[in-house]
Write a protein that binds this ligand. Structure first.
Ligand code: A3D
Length: 323
């Protein structure tokens, strides 16, 4: 049986780490595409030279032409530019929207059957735009944010409770960023919900609120430490978990930016919700009961994503029509 093919659009910090993890896990052969000449070829060669040492079988290559991604089973998109000092959110939106137009066209032409995972920021708007430009089915285009946000939440909770990260589950909803909605009553240690752990004296409400805020600011905390870029190891690990769920038909329940067509009372929007990922891509949207406060927080998050999507439509009206 031929190996699966994983195309990485963008060979920067996250792209390189995605390639290493895909190799180590033997998910398939990897092609890194980037507009920077030599960069994807250089990274792929360097990474390929880890395979004899680490003992994995995967072909790694680089490309500057979309032909290189032909027939990919999975495409993970990190192409774009990060926000630089003096650049407004709309400036960034305009630049990365153009990138999504090119990437969407490339995917439509060479990998129309792929499962596409978008990581480029601002995430919820970019995955919506990428779906529009590519014209792929909605269940085959998804955004990575919730797996990372919940991983951060789980890590901070495990530290607080001095238990294994493996025994902590965490639930986050909504858009990626300031308005993300962590849900304590659906987050547990070995099945015990966080509000019960407060009652048991394991932590306090105040400490829990601080952890939730730290989770919301998780990306900014790393940017302020690194100074030259944003997080890449955990974002890459999160993207790979989603790719693996698809390639191995694991039916994993993961929080992802998924297309809503009536679920949670929302239409024509990508936003973070729990989904089942298997061979059919996003096979199911898990619609949970929200209380009034959670509904309000989720709606606020949805409103901010709608604002970004509207801004995309203003910058490039062709995105509204789709491919
Ligand atoms: P970086 O190391 O700058 O890599 C981006 C790569 O994209 C560079 O190698 C560029 O050459 C390449 N590129 C630029 N334009 C194009 C184009 N038109 N076609 C193909 N390649 C292009 O960034 P990174 O890897 O650190 O981050 C990538 C993206 O992920 C950024 O938009 C980040 O903001 C975003 N990000 C998202 C999360 C989420 O949780 C959603 C977390 C961390 C980073």
């Amino acid at each position: 049986m031929a190996r699966k093919k994983i195309a990485l659009i963008g060979g920067g910090q996250i792209g390189g780490t995605l390639a290493l993890l895909a190799g180590l896990k033997e998910l398939g052969d990897v092609v890194i595409f980037d507009i920077a000449e030599g960069l994807p070829q250089g990274k792929a060669l360097d990474l390929a030279e880890t395979s004899p040492v680490e003992g994995y079988n995967a072909a790694l290559s680089g490309a500057n032409d979309y032909k290189g991604i032909k027939g990919a089973d999975v495409v993970i998109v990190t192409a774009g530019v990060p926000r630089k000092p003096g650049m407004s959110r709309d400036d960034l939106l305009g630049i990365n929207l153009k990138v999504m137009a090119q990437v969407g066209e490339g995917i439509a032409k060479y990998a129309p059957n792929a499962f596409v995972i978008c990581i480029t920021n601002p995430l919820d708007a970019m995955v919506w735009a990428l779906r529009q430009f590519s014209g792929l089915p909605h269940n085959k285009v998804v955004g990575m944010a919730g797996v990372l946000d919940s991983a951060r939440f789980r890590y901070f909770l495990a530290e607080e409770f001095k238990v294994s990260v493996e025994d902590v589950t965490a639930f986050v909803l909504g858009g990626h960023g300031d308005t993300m909605v962590p849900l304590p009553r659906y987050s547990t240690v070995a099945g015990i919900p966080l509000p019960d752990l407060v009652k048991m004296g394991w932590t306090t409400k105040e400490k829990l609120d601080q952890i939730i805020q730290r989770t919301r600011d998780g990306g900014a905390e790393i940017v302020s430490l690194l100074k030259t870029g944003s997080a890449f190891y955990a974002p890459a690990a999160s993207g790979i978990q989603m790719a693996e769920a698809y390639l191995k038909d694991q039916k994993r329940v993961l929080p992802c930016a998924a297309y809503l067509d009536g679920e949670y009372g929302q239409k024509d929007i990508y936003v973070g919700v729990p989904v089942v990922i298997g061979e059919g891509g996003v096979e199911r949207i898990v619609e949970i009961e929200l209380n009034a406060a959670e509904k309000k927080a989720f709606q606020k998050s949805v409103d901010s994503v709608v604002g970004l999507i509207d801004a995309c439509k203003k910058i490039d009206p062709s995105v509204a029509k789709g491919a």
